[in-house]
Ligand binder design. Structure first.
Ligand code: ADP
Length: 760
């Protein structure tokens, strides 16, 4: 089934491939065509004729093999011609010719006149025939073709338009065809105002008014230089010796020329006798000889094209509606002959076709235009290139100049300071000559390992890291300690840029500066020291200020009320108890202050030991909650927000309780209504626990959120406490490995959170 389908598809494909060709070619392969010429083998137009006919047929999709026959009619008597033609017919019939193509009158006439019956069997197409023999043609309906009947009248008019009124000599012998031609010629010209002379030149010259006045009598008036004719005269010349002698004289007349009416030996060669170019009424020899100027006829190209059309028709089985068709005539002129005789083109009427104009002549102006344009473009291109080159040179000069300037500036800049230029290429470093002097190294490449040797051991790791990253990092700046001179380590700044591998052709290059910055470092250190001292002094001062302020208030209270108790005997028992209570409170305050200061100082110097244990956050906060639920009184609500799941931390229970207690005390101090919430949240993502105290109090402005962790910071002088609570909390939480976070909104409340790592 499958094979059948494939076969069907293939055959369709083959049919489709063949289809386009079917319409175009009536017959596959090449056609055999017998081509019969009237003239001898190798006559001037023979090769050209075959080529042009073959091309014209090829243009119509017909390729053919020619077998050529040459009748050589000029050499043979009529009987001999016919005999030869009969032989031709036998030969091309044997050969299997598909069609017979016949050129010119003689061959056509002899083929039909020879009486070989086989001529009836083949289609015959003729071309270039001037006088087709109607009687014979009636006997051969298979013979069709194109004729070019000579138009003597228009040819003579053409002679007059180009050459002026002239004496036109016609070589006309006594053959049948010659007589026929003469009769036709005289018939066409009769009554049209021309003088027609038949016979000896001397005779008609003496009777012709126009000629006799212009020609000197000694030479029968035939060779005058300034001939002027009123009428164009047509003179028939015989091929006999007298006529030829007269022609030799006549031909040199400035107004005498020859008109070819057919191609034959004497006619062709007699052109040599004439000073002027010859004209033709037939196309034979046109374009080949350099004295046939032109005429009114169908040129060979037209005749052969028409003939090819006729052959194609017949080969495709068609029969023309008329046995003899006529080729379109044109006034044609040979450009080469015009040149030879110095006839300007301006003398040639516009409607005439000037043929064989060389390419360079025909397109002279176009070529001139193209050449000028190309020259101009070339000139423009050269100008453009020169300009670009000079711009490029100028840019290069400027770039070099600025490079030199930059180099000078750089050299000047680095010569004063201890700065050295270096470049790392591959494994080697190329340095500033001064640097080699500094490290007492010969002025040649130095390896990276040699440089590392000078580097402080503590800085090596950092240096290697930066070196490894140099391929990816464009610029780098680093400070390293080097001991280049053996006099101890000094700080150097290493600055470099990496040039990518492509720009430097293969490997990346690091280029940079090495600058001694020990002085800068020394100054920096001095400044740091000075700042530390200043800070210390400032801290001390502020600490003392704060302390004296914080101590004086309770001390004043204690001293004042103690005096009252001692020196006022009228005090009631109640008053005494009240004053004693005040003294006690202020004593406690003083003690707390001293306690806080000591605690902070111990913690900062790391003298305070932390007893770290795994603590349950829930248990710790429950204890704190119990204590504070007594202290936080209504209308404040105290909320415990403990999740069901417990959390564990590594902490000093007492210190963590102190932190939470401090948060709760602050919340109590700054919240008058609403609630205080104590709770914790597990943060599984970060494996942390956050313990928070949230209130609905006065809140802390954004700008103060950092400051509240500074010592002695209190927003209001009148608020309770000395401002050491939060700093202590911060130190404790940091020692426990956690952090404090504050969220607050002024007027809405605050939330203090301790975030600690989980103990699990
Ligand atoms: P003290 O030890 O005097 O209580 P702290 O260091 O604990 O001082 O607190 C410093 C300051 O931080 C307080 O004076 C107050 O201005 C601010 N502060 C602390 N907690 C709160 C809070 N919950 N609400 C509003 N302000 C607070």
């Amino acid at each position: 089934m499958k094979i059948k389908t494939i076969a069907a598809l293939l055959s369709c494909w083959v049919v489709l491939l063949c289809l386009p060709g079917c319409g175009r070619k009536p017959h596959a392969g090449r056609y055999k065509i017998a081509l019969v010429h009237s003239y001898e083998a190798g006559y001037p137009d023979a090769g050209r004729t075959r080529e042009m006919l073959s091309d014209a047929l090829a243009r119509r999709g017909i390729s053919c093999d020619f077998r050529e026959y040459f009748l050589d009619c000029d050499d043979l008597l009529p009987a001999k011609e016919e005999e030869r033609c009969s032989d031709f017919i036998d030969d091309f019939t044997r050969w299997g010719a598909r069609l017979v193509a016949v050129l010119d009158d003689q061959a056509l006439y002899s083929l039909m006149a020879c009486g070989n019956p086989r001529l009836h069997d083949l289609p015959v197409v003729f071309g270039g025939v001037n006088y087709p023999n109607r009687k014979l043609l009636e006997r051969y309906p298979n013979v069709t073709g194109y004729a070019d009947a000579p138009d003597y009248l228009n040819t003579i008019r053409m002679v007059e338009r180009i050459m002026g009124k002239s004496r036109v000599c016609v070589i006309n012998r006594n053959s049948v065809l010659d007589r026929f031609i003469w009769d036709d010629l005289t018939g066409q010209l009769r009554g049209k105002g021309y003088e027609i002379y038949c016979g000896q030149i001397g005779m008609h010259v003496s009777v012709h008014r126009g000629l006799s006045s212009a020609l000197p009598p000694a030479a029968s008036g035939m060779s005058g230089e300034n001939e002027r004719f009123d009428t164009t005269a047509i003179v028939r010349l015989n091929g006999d010796s007298i006529s030829l002698t007269q022609m030799a004289w006549t031909g040199h007349g400035s107004r005498t020329l020859c008109l070819f009416t057919r191609r034959e030996f004497i006619a062709v060669h007699s052109a040599n006798f004439f000073r002027n170019p010859c004209f033709e009424t037939v196309n034979e020899g046109f374009g080949m000889s350099d004295y046939a100027l032109g005429g009114y006829f169908a040129p060979l190209e037209t005749q052969l094209d028409d003939m090819a059309q006729g052959i194609a028709e017949r080969l495709r089985g068609g029969t023309p509606d008329r046995q003899v068709r006529y080729c379109a005539k044109r006034y044609v002129v040979n450009w080469h002959v015009l040149q030879r005789y110095g006839i300007p083109l301006s003398r040639i009427p516009k409607e005439y076709t000037v043929m064989y104009i060389p390419f360079t002549e025909r397109y002279r102006y176009t070529l001139l235009y193209i050449a000028t344009l190309s020259g101009l473009l070339l000139l423009l291109l050269i100008v453009f290139l020169i300009r670009s080159l000079s711009v490029e040179r100028r840019r290069k000069r400027e770039a070099q100049h600025s490079l030199r300037y930059e180099h000078e500036t750089l050299t000047l800049a680095i010569s004063g300071s201890s700065t050295y230029v270096w470049r790392l290429e591959g494994e080697g470093i190329i340095c500033d000559p001064h640097f080699y002097d500094l490290i007492r190294h010969p002025r040649e490449r130095i390896t990276l390992d040699e440089i590392i040797h000078f580097l402080h051991p503590d800085d090596r790791e950092r240096f290697y890291r930066s070196y490894r990253a140099s391929e990816n990092v464009h610029t780098h700046k680093g400070h390293y300690r080097f001991d280049f001179t053996g006099g101890g380590y000094e700080w150097w700044e290493l600055r470099y840029s990496t040039l990518p591998a492509t720009a430097s052709g293969g490997r990346h290059i690091i280029t940079g500066l090495l600058q001694n910055i020990q002085d800068v470092k020394d100054h920096e250190e001095e400044l740091i020291q000075a700042r530390r001292l200043a800070e210390h002094a400032e801290l001390k001062q502020s600490f003392l200020n704060n302390m004296s302020h914080e101590i004086r208030t309770p001390l004043n209270a204690i001293a004042g009320f103690a005096n009252l108790l001692v020196y006022d005997p009228e005090l009631s028992e109640t008053e005494k108890r009240e004053y004693a209570g005040i003294i006690d409170t202020n004593t406690k305050l003083l003690l707390k202050l001293v306690d806080d200061v000591l605690q902070l100082s111990r913690m900062e110097t790391a003298n305070m030991s932390f007893d770290l244990r795994r603590e349950s956050v829930r248990h710790l906060l429950e204890a704190v909650y119990r204590t504070h639920s007594v202290l936080i009184k209504p209308p404040l609500e105290f909320i415990a927000d403990f999740p069901a799941e417990d959390a564990f931390v590594h902490a000093d229970r007492m210190r963590l309780t102190q932190v939470v207690t401090n948060f709760l005390n602050n919340a109590g101090k700054f919240t008058s209504e609403g609630h205080i919430r104590l709770g914790y949240v597990r943060l599984p993502a970060t494996r942390e626990v956050s313990i928070y105290v949230e209130d609905t109090g006065i809140g802390i402005p954004q700008e103060e959120r950092e400051m509240i962790f500074a010592r002695f910071y209190k927003r209001s002088e009148f608020s309770q406490g000395v401002g050491l609570g939060l700093p202590i909390c911060k130190v404790i939480v940091e020692r426990l490995g956690g952090r404090i976070e504050v969220k607050s909104q002024v007027g809405r409340g605050s939330r203090f959170t301790v975030v600690l790592p989980c103990a699990e």
